[in-house]
Ligand binder design. Structure first.
Ligand code: FES
Ligand code: FE
Length: 445
């Protein structure tokens, strides 16, 4: 299919960069065209490193989680030998989904159809009660569970890649590694994923959700009620006539981290339960939080330590993994279920051994802001909905991402830097998306 529209030259020309005028535009068909959706499955989700889960979720042999990753159901587990695996969750006989439960502990996985049984390291144990296969039937392992082509981890975050020729995860992460380090290095005892997953279906293209997560620009306008609430929690003046002081302000940078990864770091007094105390947390936990912050500064130095402690960071690992180090710590993925619908999953992370009072604050913070019942997401979903409706109803339209782009700017968009309220970080993500769907970037050696 050819993606030609008025003013567009050549196939798949959906991202328009006009350096002379300082404009960065994305054709609305990137958000709704079924052919783009097919191309994303083939070129984005089959070639990028995709988040599978965290090491804390599979600490003991037998622990497993079923995860939808890039359109596939995967079994993420630790087997009897302590090895971590990512198997396709389907029986090698006729392809029936093996494990319907979302998580648990299992030495074996049994297929309900004809009774084949697989060990948790993927080997076929038996063919059910009736036998009838030759002795050498599976000598070559052809009927063992099939794993993702690649499975690698960085700092406890496990990713899969369906392309056997993909570059290593370490290289793929590029500048995102430093940001992951800034998060993980805060917690000496390590991190754990808290029980439960926030899962929800949204009527919009997955890219609307994904790009929004590093869009700092919309915060003070769309989430004004939360920003006022948060300012009050942080102890700002509530006297009438001082509205400016009663709305939280942001101050920071948006950054392209290479390979399409991008993030926003902000000075914002929203309160981080591990390192940045605010009055709403209560005086009784202040010494604990201040001691955490002081320990981090002592270990990592004034500059890096304060950056870890006091700045919030929202980082998008291309294409769709968000790491949120804000008033809570969470990982999130958003996948398309059709061009016009998406499924998001959020996992809440916390420091191992965290003081129970801080853990309670962390959970309250998380539920207050993040997820379907929080202050932020219902606002965002209303916008995603309106945007999808308008895209479907309008003629040819270009979405604009030009904020902060200067005329004749000639730097590398993938590593662009701008004010937090600019759109350099979204441009970095979109520029990479454009290269990937055109087939110019394959993430191969
Ligand atoms: Fe699984 Fe037949 S489909 S045993
Ligand atoms: Fe938002």
């Amino acid at each position: 299919m050819n993606y030609i529209s008025p003013g567009i030259v050549g196939p798949l020309n959906l991202v328009h960069i006009d350096r002379e005028k300082g404009r960065f535009l994305v054709d609305k068909r990137a958000f709704m065209d079924p052919a783009v959706f097919e191309r994303e499955r083939e070129l984005v989700f089959s070639r990028s490193w995709l988040y599978l889960g965290h090491e804390s979720e599979i600490e003991k042999p037998g622990d497993f989680h079923v995860r939808m990753v890039g359109g596939y159901s995967m079994l993420f587990n630790r087997d009897v030998d302590g090895e971590v695996n990512a198997f396709h969750n389907l029986c090698t006989h006729r392809g029936v989904m093996l494990q319907a439960d979302t998580c648990g502990k299992a030495k074996t996985f049994s297929c309900p159809y004809h009774g084949w049984v697989f060990r948790n390291n993927g080997t076929l144990l038996n063919h059910g009660p009736t036998g009838g296969y030759s002795k050498t039937f599976n000598d070559d392992g052809a009927y063992n569970l099939k794993g993702a082509a690649r499975l690698e981890q960085y700092r406890g975050f496990w990713f899969v890649n369906m392309n056997p020729r993909a570059i290593p995860l370490y290289d793929y992460l590029a500048g995102a590694r430093e940001w992951i380090d800034l998060i993980v290095d805060q917690f000496d005892a390590g991190l754990e994923v808290l029980p439960g997953t926030q899962q929800f279906q949204v009527n919009c293209n997955w890219k609307s959700i994904t790009e929004n997560q590093i869009d700092s620009y919309h915060g003070p306008s769309l989430h004004v009620s939360y920003f006022m609430y948060a300012a009050e929690r942080a102890g700002a003046s509530a006297s009438p006539g001082q509205m400016k002081d009663r709305v939280l302000t942001l101050n920071g940078q948006g950054v392209g981290l290479g390979n399409g990864h991008a993030g926003v770091e902000n000075h914002v007094k929203v309160g981080k339960p591990w390192t940045d105390w605010i009055p709403a947390f209560g005086e009784e936990v202040r010494p604990v939080i201040e001691a955490n912050a002081a320990r981090i500064v002592a270990r990592h130095g004034e500059e890096r330590g304060k950056r870890m402690n006091e700045l919030t960071r929202q980082m998008l690992i291309f294409p769709n993994t968000l790491l949120n180090d804000i008033l809570s710590l969470s990982v999130r993925t958003s996948y398309p279920t059709s061009p016009a619908s998406s499924r998001s999953m959020i996992w809440n992370l916390a420091p191992k051994g965290e003081d129970a009072r801080l853990r309670r604050i962390r959970l309250q913070n998380h539920l207050t802001f993040v997820g379907p019942g929080g202050f932020a997401h219902p606002d965002d979903y209303e916008i995603f909905d309106r945007r999808a409706l308008a895209d479907a109803a309008s003629p040819q339209f270009m979405h604009d991402y030009s904020k902060g782009m200067q005329p004749d700017e000639d730097g590398d968009i993938l590593t662009g830097v701008g004010d937090q309220a600019d759109e350099a970080q979204q441009r970095a993500w979109w520029a990479q998306w454009d290269r990937v769907v055109r087939g110019e970037e394959t993430f191969e050696e």
